[in-house]
Write a protein that binds this ligand. Sequence first.
Ligand SMILES: Cc1ncc(COP(=O)(O)O)c(C=O)c1O
Length: 496
Amino acid sequence: MSNLSSIHTAASAATAPRPAISAWPNVDNLYRRFAELVKQPMRPIRADKMPQVMRYFDERCQGSRRLSERAKAVIPGGVQHNLAFNHPFPLAITQAEGAHMTDVDGNRYIDFLQAGGPTLLGSNHPAVRQKVNEVLDSCGPVTGLLHEYEVKLAELVCQSMPGVDMVRLLGSGTEAVMGAVRLARAYTGKKRIIKVGGAYHGWSDQLVVGMRLPKTGRMEAVGIPHGATGNTQECNPNDLDALRSQLRWNRLRGGTAAVLLEPLGPESGTRPVHPDYNRQVRKLCDEFGALMIFDEVVTGFRIGMGGAQAYFGVKPDLTVLGKCLTGGYPMAGAIGGRKDIMMMLVGGIGTTAKRAFVGGTLSANPLSCVAGYYALREAQRTDAAGVAGRAGDRLRQGLDEIINRLGLPYVAYNMGSIVHLQTSGVLLLDTSSLWKLFKVKDEAKRRKHMMEEMGAAYTAHGLITLAGSRIYTSLADTNQVIDDALNRFEDVFKLV
Ligand SMILES: Cc1ncc(COP(=O)(O)O)c(C=O)c1O
């Protein structure tokens, strides 16, 4: 593994008082442990202990159960959007503040979901809320005209992110990825996009390809015509040879518009990149005349004000932002990038035929912009990414200690405030060929069920995680919160 620390120190010194990622994980060692985890039999919650977990929901969560029953009548699947698990039913939350949430039945949880990543300051930060209220009092959430905070937020993003000269605010990460791909095609005059297998880039037609597990192609592309995904190609994570071959193949057939990647590795680093991977991809993009797009929807501001691009010292041509951009308030999405490319992007009225079109009635509304501006200013002032990163380190170290002591095969690793806890290994199954994919289909179902049971057990012990395998820490996670959480994780692991 090559050492990135010199790049890292130089790149992040200007943007963050201390690196949000204290050390990049030993990737080769991690992949060995992933392989061991999925090779051996699963270690789920023991069958005789599951009733104890389920009793919690029966005895303590009747309000959530009733609401979820009502929801089933009017919401497909009974839930609009839920990033924690719904097993045995989704919890209904009434209060969220800092590192904790409270459900309708009055149960309190340590919140490691943090809404799926945007609330780096912790939930419902008062300094941001106050500024949002001031704007709501003066002009309401939207006017359709320019507002000062729109400019202030854009200025702050451009000052913070090395690869961003200009920024276009949109409604979501999904929209911003769609726009970035369109812009790359408009700029290069090429149509093919290469993504890394297993990465999630939102749910637009063209990107529901190879989602979650690499090489799964159109497995989840229900309702999407082949034509829509026909120019989206997939490469295995960390496989630079395969990327080069794909770029070469494309060059003979009109070229590649862009390589689109999550800089930590697919699914927020579930399969982490080798430390030099991004730099090598940059070189390949330059060699083959493709744009490099970093999807920093998760990493933007969470890995420091300069995002993963500052951490790795690699400048993408285009950057996609979301989540932390508006501090957990609605409409988190933006495309940023090189000025010459960004000038081809036009929103609203007055477009010319030669430019890539984007829109959105509520895009860049004053509410989202004031929230984003103050959330990012506060993150900068408090070094939120660094503080949350240290909390992630403490949590991962504690998890490692418990896992080793109890002799479990689980794998915990973190990149600052993004902590992965692989217990079932469902996202790590080897799907690198059609045959392997076919072989693991049933196993994936069983492992997913195990993960749901783990998720339920965490919840019953007062811990909310992202889908039972990912944990976002925040500025609000003091040592006390982390140590409390570790005791709870240990109680869950003792049920295995
Ligand atoms: C890396 C990445 N890109 C894009 C998206 C889509 O963003 P949104 O949910 O705002 O549409 C997500 C959402 O989780 C994401 O993790």
